[in-house]
Ligand binder design. Sequence first.
Ligand SMILES: [Zn+2]
Ligand SMILES: [Zn+2]
Ligand SMILES: [Zn+2]
Ligand SMILES: [Zn+2]
Length: 233
Amino acid sequence: MTRPHRTTPGCLACRQTPEHSRLCPSTDEEAIWYLQHPLPGGQRDWTSAGIRYTGAPARRRAVRALMAATHWARMHDSPELPMSPGLLIKHILAELGSTSRRTARVGYTTDFLTTLDCTCDPWRCVHDYDSPTGEPSPEWLTGPGIDPDLLITVTLVAVEIRWAQIWQTYWFADAGGAVNLAIDSIPETSPPGISVACHRRWHDVCPGDTKPRPPDTARTPCPCPCHDTGTPS
Ligand SMILES: [Zn+2]
Ligand SMILES: [Zn+2]
Ligand SMILES: [Zn+2]
Ligand SMILES: [Zn+2]
């Protein structure tokens, strides 16, 4: 049951009603994100593609709590992953194409979040505005007027890509297919000449030096600080 509502709710991104503001990401098919939040050392982009699951504070709180419970596996020597997230991660890596070779870690949750799979325009979902205060509240899912048949559970998977000067984590909801929810970007530059292993923080598998670049013939020591003490950090 969807309760009738008197007015069109404001857009979750631009707050306008009934139209969108000129620069609203909902009207821009190229817009990747609708909201940015700071992270320590970087930022999180909440994607337009995932707004159905993240478009209100209560929904983002639930997603953040689940993110914090992620199990991480290093993409070194084909990590063992449980079947269900494993297949989805494999699918995502295939979609990423050559970028997937930069994967440092993959993550998955065994916990799940309960969310609402309503038929609203995701930019103007009426359900988050049905709480008594008119504001999204943490109790919105259990409030009266929420049809239990609309409740679904989703787990998360994550792919962490190590670029030359930045870490990026792509978060997906496993909702009968991968839905990108957020992209975390944290700039970090490695010392020049660092090994691939140390660049990806796989310090314990770095041999301590790297293959010479022709015409050099001697292996060059890996400049990662983890080798300074002789023990991986
Ligand atoms: Zn809008
Ligand atoms: Zn809705
Ligand atoms: Zn290192
Ligand atoms: Zn190293």
